[in-house]
Design a protein around this ligand. Structure first.
Ligand code: INI
Length: 163
């Protein structure tokens, strides 16, 4: 029998799309920086004019699932990384946005067969979000690691290579 597992080293030729919500961009910009730092240190060319990473900015987290699905069906990417920050306010808006984003991102991956990384912070306060976007640790780094692991894993699974 075979054990399949992703690696963090064979990154040549991998292609990623990073979708970023502009809403709370103080946070999402930092998540993106952490994500790029991780990819770069694992040998990925993060230059937007290069061949390995495309960047797509959308208005807010609610728009991320639609774009994730569009990028996935383009069949050009080994993994798609979604970065957003949904921060609880005084209204139920948070609950509607966060629930739809989680379901939508899961559906985009499941329906297309392309790994879609859920890099959406859902926090009660801006302080909590910032702590997870660089003040303490930067979860953008972790999301990039998850993408590397899934991208390299999928390349080992028969019939799952992007064209
Ligand atoms: N979008 C976010 O990414 N984070 C939020 O905290 C947020 N809140 O709280 O409203 C938010 N709203 C915008 C939403 O994602 C859509 O862009 C908007 O509703 C238009 O569809």
């Amino acid at each position: 029998m075979t054990v399949f597992e992703g690696t963090f080293t064979q990154t040549e030729g991998l292609r990623f799309a990073i979708i970023i919500g502009r809403f709370n961009d103080l946070v999402t910009g930092k998540l993106l920086a952490g994500c790029q730092d991780c990819l770069k240190r694992h040998g990925v060319d993060i230059d937007p004019n290069g061949t390995q990473v495309d960047y797509i900015w959308v208005p807010g987290s609610f728009e991320i699932p639609l774009m994730a699905r569009q990028m996935a069906i383009a069949n050009q990417y080994d993994a798609i990384i979604c970065l957003g920050a949904v921060i609880r306010g005084d209204t139920p808006h948070f609950d509607y946005v966060s629930a739809e984003v989680a379901k939508g991102i899961a559906a985009a991956g499941f329906q297309t067969g392309v790994p879609v990384i859920f890099g959406i912070l859902t926090t009660d306060t801006l302080q909590q979000a910032l702590e997870r976007a660089g003040i303490k640790s930067n979860l953008g780094w972790n999301y990039a690691m998850n993408a590397l692991e899934m991208a390299t894993l999928m390349r080992q699974i028969p019939s799952s290579q992007p064209s």
